[in-house]
Write a protein that binds this ligand. Sequence first.
Ligand code: PMP
Length: 366
Amino acid sequence: MGGRRCGLMKRPPVRSDLQEMSGYHSPQVDVEVRLNTNEAPFPPPEEFQSAFVAELKEVEWNRYPDRAAQLLREDLAALHDVEPAQIFVANGSNEVLQTLCLTFGGYGRTALSFTPTYAMYAQIARTTQCRVVEVPRDENFLITSSILDNAIENEAPELLFLCSPNNPTGTPESIELVRAAISRAPGLVVVDEAYGQFADFTAIDLFSEDPPPESLVVTRTFSKTWSMAGVRLGYCVMPSWMLNEFEKVVLPYHLDSVKQVAGRVALRFYEEMEERVSQIAFERSRIEAQVANLGLTVWRSQANFVMLRTTPSGLSGDEVWERLLRRSVLVRNCSSWPGLLDCLRVTVGTPSENTTFLAALEEALQ
Ligand code: PMP
């Protein structure tokens, strides 16, 4: 009996490489102003919600969804002026990134990113057993052409991640850098444009060149501009030959019918979304100007968030983060990320949330 109980209580060993890893978390605390996860501050328009509910009546609940998500892919292709075969859709752009790692990465293959950047590149690459290389950017958080060249020459990555605008610095990459990466890297070049709608430049334009790039993938999400972080929908634009390969690694029917409908209905509200982008850009400039006025270092952002460094005030990032929290304002504390000592990242919220944040920051610095 005792022996049997022992057998039941035995924990199977987790993969040894996973045992050393920790998960990716942003602490969620109950606060009045939550500016820590770069979501849109407003829900989608009212009309979206009623149109979505109306479309739901057409869903065949007892049937599996359209496995190819054909209609959604056609709508996205029209939006970006590419072919539907150049669009792959998944449960958030994180799942797109995972699909890329499963297709192009894996054991014995290298995934390279330039830190500080979105930590999920390394996290997903590790869980898919890639060799992970993280190359530091220069002191202004730029990837200079010599940093890029050396990284490619030394590491010959099968997957190279660029994030434009970069999370958490908010800074965009240049088209020249993306071109250089495509022409020099031996493998796939991923440009993560989760915040692409807020930026002046999109790498998607490169697909209209002749000949179009064969090794470029540009990822996008509905989680930010489209105000749909709750839905988990993302996609990528890529050369059409990749679609067949992605279908081998993704689970059958991975994208449910309801989500496909949500994405298609959201795309009908493109103009409203563009309007929100300009409102957020306006608020972002207000935050940048006031943070600079308070004497802190702030980076010019092209995203829906701003990164600042607290040290000119004589206070550490941890201290300012705590003081903001005491005033019920939650921002992202990046102080422990490589190269980001005393840096905080604040998501652009509603005008009143931003005003509350700026007032709390001013008080926190006193
Ligand atoms: N890329 C970047 C740079 C991000 O900041 C995020 C979200 N924090 C994602 C991808 C993932 O977004 P999604 O919600 O589409 O999975």
